[in-house]
Write a protein that binds this ligand. Sequence first.
Ligand code: KG4
Ligand code: ZN
Length: 347
Amino acid sequence: MLVLGIETSCDETAASIVEDGERVLSNIVSSSLPLHRRFGGVVPEIACRAHVESINYVLEQALRKASVSLKDIDLVAVTFGPGLVGALLVGISVAKAIAFSSGIPLVGVNHLEAHLQANFLRKPQPLAPFVGLVISGGHTSLVYRASVWGDYEFLGQTRDDAVGEAFDKVAKILGLGYPGGPAIDRLARFGDPERIRFPRVYLKEGSLDFSFSGIKTAVLYYVRDHLGYPIGRLTSYSEKRRQAIKDIAASFQEAVVDTLVEKTLSACRMMQARSVVVGGGVAANSRLREKLTRRLDEVGIKVYFPAASLCTDNACMVASLGYHRHRLGLVSDLSLQAVPNLGVGKS
Ligand code: KG4
Ligand code: ZN
């Protein structure tokens, strides 16, 4: 079965053709990220306009790369939430138009669940029951799934900033630009993660919620008291001061990674999970990959991360999840709406 996946929930316009939920025939992504850089974050209006401008080209490329035409497609899968409402509507409108004009079924897909689905695009596939950790610029959630194709259950989420947002805000404090996650990840490799003990916020005993706004403020105060704020370009500083910034980046990253690792371990203990699947932009973080793999390995739990290119938004994950939802009998009709604040387990 050939599935056309469409993804436009944030700043990536993506289309992909996936066969039988696993075999990726094409994966085209056009990102408006460079247009948002000078604003330090995604500007919804700019993202929506960029989707409108690039969606047709992205679709054509996805079909061409897979050497198929629209009449070969058996199902259209599209992200219907969560995300920016105007951005979601571009993908949904195009998906409805294709489904209606070609007479093929349509299925709406949950973006957070699609991020976890990226782990099912390669072998070996994760074993159930598993805990899912969705970590991106807009979300930080822990979920649970008892059987491979059952529904996700909600376990916990951030009470304030998303983890990617914390990376982006701290990168801004350190003068590293946007997006901050990759910049901090790179710089942290040359810093001492034990140099500064930033707070690890675990909230009350047994809670699987997160809070990342405090650590951002702790970094801001540390920078103000030790280096002076605002920080200028890294290259304009002495070696000693540059090293201090690398140490802050590494210490911040370590605190965030520790929190993610401990909460995921608690969720596994609570739910008696056999494996963990991680998804979203922050799943690309090298320190998290290393530490979570090691800690879970110690307790006999296997962890899965998507390939780096599938951590950020893409449409393969949407097509793959759409295929499986459709096999379970899920079909959407032309009244499918964008749901900007859609939670995990809702479809
Ligand atoms: O999933 P994603 O592409 O978009 C959303 O749905 O939000 O995630 C983007 C987020 C950004 O906050 C970015 O800074 C973060 O993922 N990110 C990283 C890394 N690569 C991307 N955070 C930490 N380490 C990385 N290597
Ligand atoms: Zn995403």
